[in-house]
Ligand binder design. Structure first.
Ligand code: FES
Ligand SMILES: [Fe+2]
Length: 390
């Protein structure tokens, strides 16, 4: 039998076993992903027209995010109200109605049950109006659509808390976006390793940053008590560009260098970035203890010129695309954390650690200690007790 996980006393340590423990993963699905948290599932720019939809997983629960024929965006459980069949299998598209193929029950894009064959022989008192697709609680911030399966989740504004300004900044300021496209990735890593990227690694792992001097600007890092983390930093424009054949990689066409980089990491594992001219939302899904699926959605601003939009596509591909300068390096690290975490003991945070007996919120731009409030929040949420031993 597995030894129960002991949470260390020092706040700058986490047990490596939390990345590989399959039973803990199942508990996280119930407590975090099906529990009292908001989860971003779509940006309204992905489904701008009536009938547009996308399907997602909220933890294990399949959901449909649908722009209804009345123009309202709703989130439904993707499960037929008859016998529970998954209704929609496409990842996105446009429908006049959602039809369950098993017995042909038909649902409007607003969720109501429009028709079902053979009602004259249904149980006494059957009424179609009680059989619409089940709707989840939703809320919206700068066009980002959040859902929660729990009635206990606080209001979205409260949940976002001190991250509101960074989040709005990372969504183009006002959230008036246009979808450019997606790339979908499965990382061979636990979701917590994927979401534990820190302020320390950027100029060290991402050699391209150093080469181009991108990380030279002043910046700040803001953790919140409920596990979010925001980064804001300047970007120094690159002076010597001659060594690049295509300097558009480093052009800032729409971005003031003063506000070059905005990153909002929302608990548990959604990342929204506005880095250089790239606007990107990473919708993540925990597939299993050792697999995390991430949908990178790229956006331009609705006011962009055609030229600026094309520039954003090129820069998005070069920076975060499958062969981009940043993605491959991070992907490798997520996997190597997973492999290394099968060994005993704790992982330690050092950069910016001022004390080890309690967490604090005043962290510098390149401190890895900005991740500690999140780990403290996670450990309490999951019911771990800090061990008394030092
Ligand atoms: S399960 Fe959907 S129509 Fe029967
Ligand atoms: Fe990184």
């Amino acid at each position: 039998m597995n030894v129960p996980i002991q949470w260390p006393k020092a706040v700058n340590e986490i047990p490596k076993a939390i990345f590989t423990d399959a039973a803990l993963f199942e508990r996280e699905i119930e407590t975090i992903f099906h529990g009292a948290q908001w989860h971003p599932l779509a940006h309204r720019a992905e489904i701008p027209n009536p009938g547009d939809f996308k399907t997602m997983l909220l933890g294990r629960m399949p959901v449909i995010v649908a722009n209804g024929e009345d123009g309202k965006i709703r989130v439904f459980f993707n499960s037929c109200t008859h016998r529970g069949n998954q209704v929609e299998t496409a990842s996105c598209g446009n429908r006049k109605a959602f039809e369950c193929p098993y017995h042909r029950w038909m649902f409007r894009t607003t969720g109501e049950l429009a028709g079902c064959p053979g009602t004259e022989e249904f149980s006494p008192g059957f009424d179609k109006k009680n059989y619409g697709l089940r709707e989840l609680r939703t809320a919206e911030f700068c066009g980002l659509i959040f859902a929660t399966a729990s009635a206990a989740t606080p209001a979205l504004e409260t949940w976002i808390g001190g991250l509101a300004k960074t989040l709005a900044g990372s969504l183009g300021g006002d959230g008036r976006l246009k979808l450019l496209g997606y790339q979908k990735v499965r990382y061979a890593s636990n979701w917590k390793a994927y979401s534990d990227n820190d302020g320390y690694h950027a100029p060290l792992l991402h050699v391209g940053f150093r080469l181009l001097g991108w990380q030279g600007g002043q910046g700040s890092q803001t953790p919140t008590p409920n596990g979010h983390l925001g980064f804001e930093s300047q970007l120094k424009p690159v002076v010597n560009r001659d060594f690049l054949k295509d300097p558009t990689l480093i052009d800032l066409k729409a971005t003031d260098p003063e506000s070059g980089s905005r990153i909002a990491q929302l608990f548990p594992h959604t990342v929204i970035t506005k880095h250089m001219d790239v606007i990107n939302v990473r919708f993540a899904t925990p597939i299993s203890v050792d697999c995390t699926e991430v949908h990178y959605a790229y956006f331009s601003h609705v006011d962009d010129s055609e030229e600026l939009m094309r520039h954003r596509i090129r820069q998005s591909s070069n920076l975060l695309g499958p062969c981009g300068m940043v993605s491959m390096e991070d992907a490798s690290i997520f996997n190597r954390i997973h492999i290394g975490s099968f060994t005993p003991g704790n992982a330690e945070f050092q950069k910016g650690v001022k004390r080890t007996d309690e967490v604090w919120f005043d962290v510098k731009q390149n401190d890895e200690s900005g991740n500690l409030p999140k780990w403290d929040y996670y450990s309490r949420l999951m019911g771990f007790q800090r061990s008394e031993a030092t």
